[in-house]
Design a protein around this ligand. Structure first.
Ligand SMILES: Nc1ncnc2c1ncn2[C@@H]1O[C@H](COP(=O)(O)OP(=O)(O)OP(=O)(O)O)[C@@H](O)[C@H]1O
Length: 233
């Protein structure tokens, strides 16, 4: 079942055009990766879907309904963005940061919090500690946990591996794999398809603001365009 559908999407910053005629369909319960070199518009696409960058499109539907215009309404509709970098509240504890993810929810969030702590036991151990004292990998996990706390139907994660050591990248992707195993719908930006190939089922390749290839991860490396972009063929 398709969870998010965008057709003919254009976006940019003022007079700078970044995305051109983007068509994407994200399936529910899948991990879809958005890969491609830096500076080609991947973050802009996530922000445009989240309502944080101005965009126009022929179709923009989420769970079968047109997406509202405002970013806060999109978040309430279940579209969660975990932005690039950690963006934690460094004066707050780990738990307070996690609870910030759920600040728009009216119902009790104890179950969600317990779920985040099951997924990231290390955050439970450090729940009272200031976010400023965490390691890079732990900070990234708080970012993911805060996204889970929003309780959305689709989690869009912008380059979770950015700036982390190989070991921490592995841990972060293990966590994303566990989230995927629980049936979460995830759209993840990653510069390197190698890092995401064991987790993602579908892949979109962005090149110069356009979707240059889309399909199953299994067919990605055989595609001419992947060979040109990543192997210099
Ligand atoms: N706030 C902004 N104002 C003007 N131009 C911007 C802004 N943010 C991004 N851009 C430009 O838009 C283009 C696409 O950037 P974007 O961040 O979406 O790429 P990306 O593929 O996600 O790369 P990265 O992983 O480095 O963020 C770049 O040319 C960038 O300079």
């Amino acid at each position: 079942m398709s969870l998010l559908e965008a057709k003919g999407l254009f976006a940019g910053y003022g007079r700078i055009r970044v995305l051109f005629d983007v068509d994407i369909t994200l399936e529910a319960g899948h991990v879809t990766a958005l890969v491609g070199p830096n500076g080609h518009g991947k973050s802009t696409l996530l922000k445009a879907l989240a309502g944080l960058v101005r965009a126009r499109s022929e179709t923009l539907e989420f769970a079968g309904r047109p997406l509202p215009r405002r970013a806060s309404d999109r978040a309430l509709a279940g579209l969660t963005l975990v932005p690039q970098g950690d963006r934690l509240f460094t004066g707050m504890s780990v738990q307070e940061n996690l609870l910030m993810g759920a600040y728009r929810r009216n119902e009790p969030v104890d179950d969600l919090l317990a779920h985040v702590y099951d997924l990231f036991p290390r955050l439970k151990e450090r729940r009272s500690q200031s976010a400023s004292s965490l390691s890079g990998g732990e900070r990234r996990m708080v970012g993911l946990g805060r996204g889970i706390m929003a309780g959305g139907a689709l989690m869009m994660i912008d380059e979770p591996s950015l700036g982390l050591s190989p070991l921490l990248i592995e841990q972060v992707y293990e966590a994303i794999e566990t989230m995927a195993g629980e049936g979460m719908s995830i759209f993840v930006v990653e510069e390197s398809p190698k890092r995401i190939e064991s987790v993602a089922r579908s892949v979109l390749l962005m090149d110069s603001g356009r979707i240059a290839w889309k399909g199953d991860m299994s067919g990605f490396w055989q595609s001419d365009v992947a060979q040109q972009v990543y192997l210099g063929a």
